[in-house]
Design a protein around this ligand. Structure first.
Ligand code: ZN
Length: 180
C-alpha cells in the first residue's frame, strides 16, 4: 500500500484487527520512508444488482429503510431493525456469491422479519409478493399457521413482481386482516 503522505510505494503493517465480527479488517500501517502512520480498511465486496441492472454496494441501512414502513407502530426499536439487517447480510454473504439481485435481498429479509414480528412480516410480504386480494392474504396466513417459525418461501426464489428490495412507496403497506 502506497503511503498517502509521501507517496512512497510501500508500507509496513504494524497492527491488524478484525472488526464487525470479522467482516472488516483494519490495518495500521507505517511508512518506512517518512515514518507516518495511516489506517487501511479491508472488506469483502458484496454487490446488489438492481432491477435496472445498476450494481451498488450492499448496505444494511438500505435493508432497514426497506422494512421500516412495514414495521410502523410495531413494538420493537431501531436496534431490532439493525439486528435484522445484520441477519440479512449474514444470510446473503453465507450464499457465497459476490453479487446478489435485489429481489434475493428481499427474499432474505422474509425469514428474519417473520421471526421478529409476524404483522410486519405480513405487511412486507404483501408488498414484496404483490398481494392484490384478500385471497392472497388468506393464503399467506394459512401458510404462516401451517409452518410456525418457518417462513413459507424458504428455498423459493420466485416472486411474481420481480422482487422488491425496497417496496414501492406508492403501494400501501398497511393491511387490515381479520382472523376468525
Ligand atoms: Zn511516507
Amino acid at each position: 500500500m502506497r503511503c498517502p503522505y509521501c507517496r512512497f510505494a510501500d508500507s509496513r503493517v504494524v497492527d491488524s484487527r478484525e472488526v464487525d465480527e470479522g467482516q472488516t479488517i483494519r490495518r495500521r500501517r507505517s511508512c518506512p520512508e517518512c515514518g507516518k502512520r495511516f489506517t487501511t480498511v479491508e472488506e469483502a465486496t458484496l454487490a446488489v444488482i438492481k432491477r435496472s441492472g445498476v450494481t451498488e454496494p450492499f448496505r444494511r441501512d438500505k435493508v432497514v429503510a426497506g422494512v421500516r414502513k412495514a414495521c410502523q407502530g410495531r413494538p420493537f426499536d431501531d436496534d431490532a431493525l439493525a439486528l435484522l439487517a445484520q441477519k440479512v447480510e449474514d444470510a446473503v454473504r453465507a450464499t457465497g456469491v459476490a453479487e446478489v439481485e435485489s429481489g434475493d435481498v428481499g427474499l432474505a429479509i422474509l425469514g428474519p422479519l417473520r421471526a421478529l414480528d409476524e404483522v410486519a412480516y405480513l405487511r412486507f410480504a404483501s408488498v414484496y409478493r404483490g398481494f392484490d386480494s384478500l385471497t392472497d392474504f388468506e393464503a399467506e396466513i394459512s401458510a404462516l399457521r401451517a409452518s410456525p417459525g418457518r417462513h413459507p418461501y424458504a428455498g423459493h426464489a420466485v416472486d411474481k413482481h420481480g422482487g422488491a428490495y425496497d417496496p414501492a412507496p406508492s403501494t400501501p403497506a398497511r393491511a387490515r386482516v381479520s382472523t376468525p
